[in-house]
Design a protein around this ligand. Sequence first.
Ligand code: AMP
Length: 194
Amino acid sequence: MNVIIFGPPGAGKGTQSKIMEEKFSMRQLSTGDILRAEVARESELGLKCKEIMAAGDLVSDEIIIEIIKGAMNEPESKNGVILDGFPRTIAQAEALDAMLQAEGQQIDHVLVLDVNNSELINRVLARAEESGKEQRADDNADILEKRLEVYHTQTTRVLPYYRRQGLVRMINGMDPIDQVTTSIMAVLENSAAA
Ligand code: AMP
């Protein structure tokens, strides 16, 4: 099973992906985490992306697609993946479909965590405060505003692509963490049983 977890910054994608990873032996692939690791080790790729990420803009499709191609080919991805933060553009979604089709696979669900902007702002600013020295360069009020705008104006354009394929499952991300997990499990367990 391959799943996309979709939603704005602070919606709980990372938290829920980690829970699913354990329950379904799938692998979480977070393009944001992969890029942050590259930035931290100051690789050529990291240096290219650092400022774009710090400004809350999107990294180029070319770079992101290369990263995902590499990660999807690793043996750990063979049991199925939870894609967190990818795809964010139609070009990325099309590239993903081509990769999966070449392996005789597909996306089974696109789980959309729905959370309103004021709750997202509270959550991300709280995350920033709690993270101390580990604070993300883009978890501050100004850049968060930019990331939310990018999400609403660019990233959500991917949803009609998956709606047409009947894959979109809306999840109320305003619920407590456990309840969100229960809603996601209901979708995944139904399809696992089918
Ligand atoms: P995230 O942790 O998913 O919020 O990603 C952090 C930052 O990494 C984003 O604001 C972008 O700059 C970059 N990024 C992560 N995933 C993608 C993607 N699929 N396409 C373009 N940029 C991305």
